[in-house]
Each structure stands twice: as structure tokens, then as C-alpha cells.
Design a protein around this ligand. Structure first.
Ligand code: CP
Ligand code: NVA
Length: 311
């Protein structure tokens, strides 16, 4: 069964119904298969995506820009110095102006509330390209990548290691809740996931059969897991805390001693950019278990699916 998602926003995985969530995964699979056969549909012919970036990006920018081009549309890159936002124009006015020109907005912002405001005041689709709270496009991609490699999602065990309070950990909670994944977050004290996110995910966890556990014991976190996931210890905007975080999070480093406790066919995943010898050693990051570059490629296919369905 397919659901009509035209005009929807994608601010958080938690906002999707189960049907919408699986429709994005199915569409991603179809677009990727077709692309590999040399078939490209110009579903978004003549459409424009405004891309607002308050923070830097390699994958998000390039995959959205090439993605909409492959669908027949164009993207406008609007960096930190390009909009009057910098001079105090409000998010709501920015949204109400941009929708007079473009067919969708993708935004990478610091404050998650700004993304919510953008979606509230936009009459066109708004896609969250990362905020301090969430990174939903990345986790949709991660789940698609796991599905591709393992042929299933429900019941799989995933360990998220390191900063349990960041945008990736929070999005993973929503993603695991939707997909029926058993997620364990291995993190030091003081870096627990957002309480509101954990509460909001309960409904989906109880319906999908997934679960969430948080532990301070790194070995317990990865015991028997199908996927070990990590992310930088200091996210964009937290650079001042880097040294402090390295000291605290070193016990959670994904290294050859730790991965021995995972399932023998475990996948190593990372949203990238990676800091080798901090959150992961080069030995693991560049091992045969690592699928980081397939994961990066899949940003393109997943975001094409999101744009094709919503814009
Ligand atoms: N993973 C990710 O979002 O990468 P960029 O910061 O390069 O966009
Ligand atoms: N947690 C990281 C993710 C980068 C894609 C950050 O926000 O910097």
C-alpha cells in the first residue's frame, strides 16, 4: 500500500507514520536499483530546492544537490553569509519569502526550534538536514544501509557508542523505535539521550517491538550486536569541549578489542566525518566490516526518495 506524502515535512523520523517510514525505505531501494540500471525519472522536473546551511557539510550538500539534479530539478546553495538571516531577518519571514520562489527547503541549522519554525511557516516541504537535536536523513540512510546488508531490520541489535546526547544518538532512538531495532547506547555519565526524545519514542517502540537501553559499560553495549555505530565526540558547535570529551569518551572508542564482543558478522557504521584514533581506530574504520562509504552513497538515494515523495 502506498501513502500520499506530497507536501509533508521531514523534520523528525518520529513525525512519520509506520507506513510513511517504510514507503521511504521502499522508494529508496527502487530509486537505487533503477539508478544502477541507468534509469532516472525526472519526477521533479523544473522544481527548485533551497538549501540553507548554517554549518559546513560534505555529504548533505553534495547528495541533495546532485540528487535533485538527477530528479530533473535544481538546488540553490544558501550558505551562512548568503541570507538576511545573518542580519536578523526572522526564520518565519525567511520561510514565507522562500516559498514564493522555491518548491522545497532543506536546512542545516543549529537550533532545532528554527527548523520547526521553518516548517511551520513554509507552505512547501521542509527537510531537516541536521540540527543540534536531530539528523533524520542520516538515520533513514543508515537503516536503509543495514536493510541492504542484512535483509531485515526488525529484531537487529545496534550499539551506538560515544556521545549519547547528540543529534545522531537522538535520531537513532527514533529510527530504532520505528524499525523495531534493539538499540543500546554506550556512553559516559553526563551524556544521556534527550529525555523528551526517549519519552516520545515509547509509542513506536511498543508497537514495533524494538527497545532502548543505555549503559556506561562499553563491552555490555556491544555484546552480540549486529551493528556498531559511532559518531564524532564533539559535534559541530562543541569544538571547545573537544579535549574534555576525548578524555571522557576514550573508553567507548570502537577499536579491535571492543569489536571482539560483537557478532562475528557485525557491520561498522559512522555518519562521517570520522576522526580516526578518536571515536574509532583506523583499523576498524577501514576494515572489511566497515560499510561507511556505502552508507555515504546511500544518502543520495534516500534523499532522492524523500524529495520524490514529498516535494
Ligand atoms: N553525515 C553528514 O551529514 O555529513 P556532512 O556533515 O558532510 O553533510
Ligand atoms: N554529530 C555530528 C554529526 C555530523 C554529521 C555533528 O553534529 O557534528
Amino acid at each position: 500500500m502506498s501513502v500520499n506524502m506530497k507536501g509533508k515535512n521531514f523534520v523528525s523520523i518520529n513525525d512519520l507514520s509506520f507506513e510513511e517510514f517504510y514507503q521511504i525505505l521502499r522508494t529508496t531501494e527502487r530509486l537505487k536499483d533503477e539508478d544502477e540500471m541507468g534509469i532516472r525519472h525526472h519526477i521533479l522536473k523544473g522544481k527548485t530546492l533551497a538549501m540553507i546551511f548554517q554549518k559546513p557539510s560534505t555529504r548533505t550538500r553534495v547528495s541533495f544537490e546532485t540528487g535533485i539534479y538527477q530528479l530533473g530539478g535544481v538546488a540553490l546553495y544558501l550558505g551562512p553569509n548568503d541570507l538576511q538571516l545573518k542580519r536578523g531577518e526572522t526564520i518565519s519571514d525567511t520561510a514565507r519569502v522562500l516559498v514564493r520562489y522555491v518548491d522545497g527547503i532543506m536546512a542545516r541549522l543549529f537550533d532545532h526550534d528554527d527548523c520547526v519554525q521553518l516548517a511551520t511557516h513554509s507552505t512547501k516541504t521542509v527537510i531537516n538536514g541536521l540540527t543540534d537535536l536531530l539528523h533524520p536523513c542520516q538515520v533513514m540512510t543508515d537503516l536503509f544501509t543495514i536493510y541492504e546488508k542484512k535483509n531485515t531490520l526488525k529484531g537487529l541489535k545496534v550499539a551506538f557508542m560515544g556521545d549519547g546526547s547528540n543529534n545522531m544518538a537522538n535520531s537513532w532512538i527514533f529510527g530504532a523505535a520505528k524499525a523495531g531495532v534493539h538499540l543500546t547506547i554506550g556512553t559516559p555519565e553526563g551524556y544521556l539521550p534527550d529525555k523528551d526524545i526517549v519519552a516520545m519514542a515509547q509509542y513506536d517502540f511498543s508497537h514495533s517491538g524494538g527497545s532502548l537501553k543505555v549503559t556506561h559499560d562499553p563491552i555490555e553495549a556491544v555484546k552480540g550486536v549486529d551493528v556498531i555505530y559511532t559518531d564524532v565526540w564533539a559535534s559541530m558547535g562543541q569544538e571547545d569541549e573537544r579535549e574534555k570529551r576525548i578524555k571522557l569518551m576514550m573508553p567507548y572508542q570502537v577499536n579491535s578489542d571492543l569489536v571482539k564482543h560483537a557478532d562475528e558478522n557485525y557491520l561498522f557504521m559512522h555518519c562521517l566525518p570520522a576522526h580516526r584514533e578518536e571515536e574509532v581506530t583506523a583499523e576498524v574504520c577501514d576494515s572489511d566490516h566497515s560499510v561507511i562509504f556505502d552508507e555515504a552513497e546511500n544518502r543520495l538515494h534516500t534523499q532522492k526518495a524523500i524529495m520524490a515523495l514529498m516535494m
